[in-house]
Design a protein around this ligand. Structure first.
Ligand code: HAM
Length: 420
C-alpha cells in the first residue's frame, strides 16, 4: 500500500548483520590508526552547506523550512558539519585531532545501482597537520579500511588540485573555460575535451601535451611539464615524499598518480585521492578525499585539514560482487520447553545463559519439540537446550548440538560452562 521513498532502502535483519559486521571492521581500523568517533546531527542550518558552494548546491540538497521558518538541510556529507563542531567545541584540543564518523547522508541524486538519496558514509577528518607523513597515513588508512573489510580489487588514485590548476594556467584557460572542461575531465571524456579545447582556439600540440599530462602516471613527466612554477614544484616534492612513505613504510604500492582527479566538492585545495572498485561500473567510486579549507570560513583559527569518506553502501556492493562470504547471523542457544509446565523454568534458564553473555532465544509459541528444533535451525542456532520434567527432577536439561545432532544431559549449574 505504502511505497518506500525514491532512492531510499530498508535493511532486513540479514542485511543489517552484514552492515554491522563491516561497520565494526571499519570502526576497529579507524581506532587502530588513533582516530576517535564523533557524531553530528542529521540536519544542519542550510547556510553551512551554501557558505562554500553557493546557492546552486540547494538543487542537490534536501532543504526545507522548519515550523519557525528556519532554513535547514539534511546533511549531504559530514565534512562541513565536523568542521562546524571543531570550530565550536574542539579548537583548544591538542593537535593533531583525528576524528571519525559513520552517518547517513542525503543527496537529491538520480537514483541507480550504487547511487541513493539516502546513503551511509564512513569517514574521517585529520585536523592540524599537513606533513607528508600525515597525508601518507591518511591515504594508508583509507586503503587499509577497504582492504580490512576483505576487498581484493580496488584502485587508489592520487592527484593534486594545485598541480591541476597550474596545468590549466599553462595552456591559458580562463576560469569559465576551466569550469566547462572540469566535468569532462571528471568523467574522463577525453575526446570531448579535445574538441572543447580546439573550440577555445588552443593549438593542437598544446592540447596533445595537456591530455598526455592528465593521463600520465609518471611524476617526472609532470614535473618537466610544469617545472618553472615554484609553489607547484613544492607540491610535487611533497607528493613524491608521500609516495615514498606509502611505498616503504605503509607498504602500499598499488596506487596511481592521476592529475585528472577534480573532486566534486568546492572546498578541496591541494592533495586529492580516490579509491574505486572497477567492477562496480558507473558508480565505482568507493572513497574520496583530500586536503581542504573550511575552518576560517566558519570563523575558526586556520589550521590544515584533510580527510576522506568511504561510501558504505558501495563498499558492500563491491564485496558482494567479489563474492565475499560474510559470517552467518545466528544465536548461540535456543531453549525449548517440552510442555507448558516447563515454560517458567525455560525462561529462568534462558536468562541465566543471557547473563553469562550468550545470545539466547527461547520458544515463545509453545509449539512442541520437533517444530521448535526446526525453528532453531532456521535461526542458525548452535545448540538447543531442551527442558523436560524427568531431567528437571535431577536439576538437569538436555543439551543438543544442532550441527552434529549429539546430545547429553547436563546439570543446569554446569550449563553455561558446558556451552562455552
Ligand atoms: P564524496 O566523494 O562526495 O566526498 O563522497 C564520498 C563517497 O560517498 C563517494 O566516494 C561514494 O562512495 C559515496 N557516495 C556519494 N554519493 C553517494 C550516493 N548518492 N549514493 C551512495 N554513495 C554515495 C565527500 O562527501 C567528502 N565529505 C569526503 C571528505 C571527507 N573529504 C574530506 N573529508
Amino acid at each position: 500500500m505504502f511505497k518506500i521513498p525514491r532512492g531510499t532502502r530498508d535493511f532486513t535483519p540479514d542485511e543489517m548483520h552484514k552492515r554491522r559486521y563491516i561497520e565494526n571492521s571499519m570502526r576497529n581500523t579507524f581506532q587502530t590508526f588513533g582516530y576517535r568517533e564523533i557524531q553530528t546531527p542529521m540536519f544542519e542550518n542550510l547556510e553551512l552547506f551554501t557558505a562554500k558552494s553557493g546557492e546552486t548546491i540547494i538543487e542537490e540538497l534536501y532543504a526545507f523550512k522548519d515550523k519557525s521558518g528556519r532554513d535547514l538541510a539534511l546533511r549531504p556529507e559530514l565534512t562541513a558539519p565536523v568542521i562546524r563542531l571543531y570550530v565550536d567545541k574542539l579548537q583548544m584540543k591538542p593537535k593533531p585531532l583525528k576524528l571519525f564518523y559513520f552517518g547517513s547522508c542525503f543527496r537529491y541524486d538520480r537514483p541507480q545501482k550504487g547511487r541513493y538519496r539516502e546513503f551511509t558514509q564512513a569517514g574521517c577528518e585529520l585536523i592540524g597537520t599537513d606533513t607528508p607523513e600525515a597525508y601518507a597515513e591518511l591515504i594508508a588508512l583509507a586503503y587499509t579500511l577497504l582492504k580490512n573489510v576483505g576487498l581484493k580489487n580496488i584502485k587508489l588514485n592520487i592527484g593534486n588540485l594545485t598541480v591541476l590548476s597550474t596545468i590549466f594556467k599553462k595552456i591559458g584557460l580562463t576560469k569559465d573555460q576551466q569550469r566547462y572542461i572540469i566535468p569532462l575531465i571528471d568523467k574522463a571524456l577525453f575526446e570531448e575535451l579535445y574538441s572543447a579545447l580546439q573550440d577555445f582556439n588552443i593549438k593542437n600540440t598544446k592540447i596533445t601535451d595537456f591530455l598526455e599530462i592528465l593521463q600520465t602516471s609518471d611524476l617526472e613527466k609532470i614535473k618537466k611539464y610544469i617545472m618553472e612554477d615554484e609553489t607547484v614544484s613544492k607540491e610535487l616534492d611533497k607528493l613524491e615524499e608521500i609516495f615514498d612513505l606509502l611505498n616503504n613504510c605503509f607498504k602500499i604500492k598499488n596506487y596511481q598518480i592521476k592529475m585528472s582527479i577534480v573532486r566534486g566538492l568546492d572546498y578541496y585545495t591541494g592533495l586529492v585521492f580516490e579509491i574505486e572498485a572497477p567492477m562496480l561500473g558507473a558508480e565505482k567510486q568507493l572513497c574520496g578525499g583530500g586536503a581542504y579549507e573550511l575552518i576560517s570560513l566558519f570563523g575558526g583559527k586556520d589550521t590544515p585539514t584533510a580527510g576522506f569518506a568511504v561510501g558504505f553502501d558501495r563498499t558492500i556492493l563491491a564485496l558482494e560482487t567479489e563474492g565475499q562470504e560474510f559470517p552467518l547471523p545466528g544465536v548461540d542457544v535456543y531453549v525449548i520447553p517440552v510442555n507448558r509446565e516447563m515454560v517458567k523454568k525455560t525462561l529462568e534458564i534462558t536468562q541465566l545463559l543471557r547473563e553469562k553473555g550468550l545470545s539466547v532465544d527461547v520458544d515463545l509459541l509453545r509449539r512442541g519439540l520437533s517444530k521448535s528444533l526446526k525453528y532453531a535451525n532456521s535461526l542458525n542456532a548452535s545448540k538447543a537446550v531442551i527442558v523436560g520434567p524427568d531431567e528437571l527432577k535431577k536439576n538437569a536439561v538436555t543439551l543438543r548440538d544442532l550441527k552434529s545432532g549429539e546430545q547429553k544431559i547436563v546439570k543446569i549449574k554446569q550449563l553455561p560452562d558446558t556451552i562455552f
